[in-house]
Structure formats: C-alpha cells, structure tokens
Design a protein around this ligand. Structure first.
Ligand code: ADP
Length: 458
C-alpha cells in the first residue's frame, strides 16, 4: 500500500481525499495555489506545498510543479480528484513514467474515453446501446445534412473532446445547421484544443441516469447502482439523487448490466461513471464515461454505505477489488444539492467576496462536504461550488423533507448562493412527485428572467 499520497486538487474534494487517506493510515501531501494558502486542506494535510499563483493554469494545472512536489515529498501516488488534471491523459502518462501511481485508470483508457467519438464506438462494439448519431467526426455542412436526414431534428452537435457541459449546440431545424456546425467547431477548437465534433439525436425530455462502477483493471467490475442527475442548467448538474425514481426496475437492471459490460470492455481500473440518457419510453443510451471520482459520488455512498474514495485508493495500491457485487445494496434514498456561489435570480452570475458563515446544517441523515469556514474569501479563480449538501432518508419523501430543513438551516451571508432556488425546488409538486427530466428547470419556470425568491416562496 502507498505510504504517502499527493493530492492535486483543492476545496472540498481535497478534504474528502485527505479523510480517506487518514482512514487507511496513509500520509497526505497537498499542493495549493497562493489563493488557497489558508485553506482547510492545507491545515489538515500532513504536508503542503505552494505550487504557484492563483490562476489554475499556473498552479493546479502546472504539471512540472506538481510532479516536483511529489518528488520532493516522496509521494508514491497522486490523487487528482475531479476537474483540473483528473482526466488529463498526458498527466497520467507523466506520472506513469515517473514511477508515481496515478490514482485512476491508465492514460490509455483516459484518452480513449476522453474522445467521445472513440468512446461511443467502443461501447457500441461491446453491445451497449449508444445515442443514435455519428461514429466519425462531422466536417462539412454537406455531411451534417445527410446525418440530419438520417436521424431527424432536433440534433445536438457535440465536441469530441468536450466536458463540463460545454461544447454542445442544439439544432432544431435545417436553417440552424450550418451556423451551429461552424460555431461548434470553433468553440471546440478554442475550449478543448480539438475542433472535432460529432452529431447525435437530441433526446427530448430525457433523464440523465449514470452508473457508478469500480474496476480492478483485470476485467473485474462491480457497480454501485445508479444516480439520477437530471436537474441541470446548461447541461450542468445541480441536484443529484440515488436511486433514480420512476424508472422500471427491469430497465434499471439493464442499464446497470450495460454499464458493467462497458467498463469490462475497456478493462476499467478505478472508480468511474458511465452516463446514459433514458428517453420517455424508457429506452436508454450510453452518452459518455467519466474516468474519475464524480462530484455527486456522496449520494451513492449514502445509499450503499461504501467509501468510494477509499476503494479508489485500495484498488490503485493492491490491484484487486475490495468488495463483491452481492455486498453492495441500496438502502433508502439520498439527494445532493450543489451549493454554488451564484445568484440564481440573476442568470446564475458568480458571486465573489468574503463569506460569513453563521451555521451549517445538521441532524439525522445530513452530510456536508465543504471546505468553507467563516470569513473565507471566495474568488473567481475557481468554479463556484462551495459546498455539497446531501440528505439521506428511508425513502425519497424523507430525503426531501430533511433536505428542506437542512437548506433552511444553512446560513450564509456576504454571498449569493443557489440555496433559495433549491428551497423552491424541494417544494415543487412535480419535483416531489419525481416527475423530472433534463428540461425540468426550464419547464417549471425556474430559469425565467425576472424570477424572484419572494414570488416562489409566497
Ligand atoms: P459533458 O461531458 O460536457 O458533461 P455530456 O455528454 O455528459 O457532456 O452531456 C451533458 C448533458 O447534456 C446531459 O446530461 C444532457 O442533459 C445533455 N445532453 C447531452 N447529449 C444529449 C442528447 N443527445 N440529447 C439530449 N440531451 C443531451
């Protein structure tokens, strides 16, 4: 087993990894930017090294500095968390060549799944249903038109190297096609350094269902059931839950089975997630695979009781699965709200400044993953996630009720957050009845301009 793990990340996930390492008796090294000098992660890690100025490109993405910190501290493994370098195949390769274990899959698998076109192909060949669409990049308008004829509108143009909900364009009819293709290609080039795009049928009213898997890189894979991540804004998740509600058991089982088949097909090692869309007729399609721990992993931990980050480390160190499929069961229901420092009533404008924390929620079934403290400075250098609030209950209604209480107890001043929006959602009759889809926030008017906290609370 490893003696010392370097954590190449920040915020709540850095703390989460430190906690898992402590359970395993492994020493931790945290690298941090100048903006995070006073972070809780720096306080709780055994060692910490400043690797650069606040800008991510100069610190959390600075591979030479991170590797230097690993060498100086004598770390034998690196945990990348999520975001930053977590799905960077070059970084994984550098770690491999320096004899430092990258806690995640091999660089080969990262780059295979990082190319969404290649991922679609591999999964299709393994017998996993994929979203109807192209298996080659779409270059010219002419070929885009023939694809449109084959699959029909609406379509979605996606960047092969995309991520984080970016690099996607919805095309409703033929008139929009040419412009959308051009914009999508140039956006993809600018954002991902890869102008390659492909086309898929747009699945109207779909649910985003994903499956948590864990593999040992030798063909053994277990799943930890599913999560529903349909509550999204601009293709980015805001609320997640497990189990998924309103999907027939036999369909769920098929999705779980497909996820395991898919992960086995690439000899997957580590924790990973296969994402699917489920249409209104309960047909399901593979969308993409994330080769890292996900932001929303706590809902799975709450319903299964297993520690996914600990397992990630164990698998990386010992090469065999620490758990059998029959020992993984779902109990009760969990919901996660991503508390972002954003104004939900003003186009989700990021909110920065000094946070005044008056109280964190508590009580039975409540978990908070956060690295905030009173008077912490929230800057615009990093993403706006400041806390993850997770509730667990014996059933979905209990989890919602506990979430409602916890959101009400979460007292922050000095910054706008998404908490008031989540309070409204927890009272929304359609949400309560489980009638959700990726279009939920839009359809229920939660994204309308001119909304106010008051209107919804009255
Ligand atoms: P990213 O890697 O950027 O997160 P994904 O491929 O995972 O991109 O898609 C993110 C979200 O975009 C999905 O959860 C879904 O809401 C929407 N989306 C993606 N592809 C489609 C599609 N073919 N039809 C409908 N919605 C889609």
């Amino acid at each position: 087993m490893f003696r010392k793990i370097l954590i190449a990340n920040r915020g709540e996930i850095a703390l989460r990894i430190i906690r898992a390492c402590k359970l395993l008796g492994i020493k931790t090294v945290l690298v941090f930017s100048e903006a995070d000098r006073y972070s809780l992660g720096v306080k709780h890690a055994d060692e910490a090294y400043c690797i650069g100025p606040p800008q991510s490109s100069k610190s959390y993405l600075n591979i030479p500095n991170i590797i230097a910190a690993a060498e100086i501290s004598g770390a034998d493994a690196i945990h990348p968390g999520y975001g930053f370098l977590a799905e960077n195949a070059d970084f994984a390769e550098v770690c491999e060549s320096c004899g430092i274990k990258f806690i995640g899959p091999s660089s080969r698998v990262i780059s295979l799944m990082g190319d969404k076109i290649a991922a679609r192909k591999v999964m299709y060949e393994a017998g996993v249903p994929v979203i109807p669409g192209t298996f080659e990049p779409v270059e010219a308008e002419k070929s885009a038109l023939s694809v449109a004829k084959e699959f029909g509108f609406p379509l979605i143009i996606k960047a092969a190297g995309g991520g984080g909900g970016r690099g996607m364009r919805l095309v409703r009819d033929e008139n929009e096609l040419k412009g959308a293709l051009m914009v999508a290609k140039s956006e993809a080039e600018a954002a991902f350094n890869n102008g390659s795009v492909y086309m898929e049928k747009y699945i109207e009213g779909a649910r985003h269902i994903e499956v948590q898997v864990l593999g040992d890189g030798r063909g053994n894979v277990v799943h930890f059931f599913e999560r529903d991540c349909s509550i999204q804004r601009r293709h980015q998740k805001l609320i997640e839950e497990s189990p998924a509600t309103g999907i027939p058991q036999r369909v769920k089982e098929k999705i779980l089975e497909s996820a395991v088949i898919g992960a086995k097909a690439i000899n997957y090692e580590s924790a990973g997630t296969l994402e699917f869309l489920v249409d209104e007729n309960d047909n399901f399609y593979f969308m993409e695979m994330n080769t890292r721990i996900q932001v929303e992993h706590p809902v799975t931990e709450m319903v299964t009781g297993h520690d996914l980050v600990k397992y990630q480390i164990l698998v990386a160190g010992e090469e065999s699965l620490p758990i059998k499929q029959e020992d993984i069961v779902q109990r009760g229901h969990a919901i996660e709200c991503r508390i972002n420092a954003e104004d939900p009533y003003n186009s989700f404008l990021p909110s920065t400044g000094t946070l005044k924390l008056f109280s964190l929620p508590g009580g039975p079934g409540i978990r908070i993953d956060t690295a905030i403290y009173n008077e912490i400075e929230i800057t615009s250098y990093y993403d706006s996630l400041i806390a993850k609030l997770i509730s667990w209950g014996l059933n979905r209604d209990d989890a919602i009720a506990r979430m409602r209480n916890a959101l009400g107890e979460f007292l922050i001043e000095g910054l706008k957050t998404t908490i008031p929006l989540y309070l409204q959602i927890m009272d929304d009759p359609e949400y309560i009845s489980g009638n959700i889809s990726i279009n939920f926030l839009e359809e229920r008017g939660f994204l309308n301009e001119g909304r106010s906290e008051r209107r919804y609370l009255s």
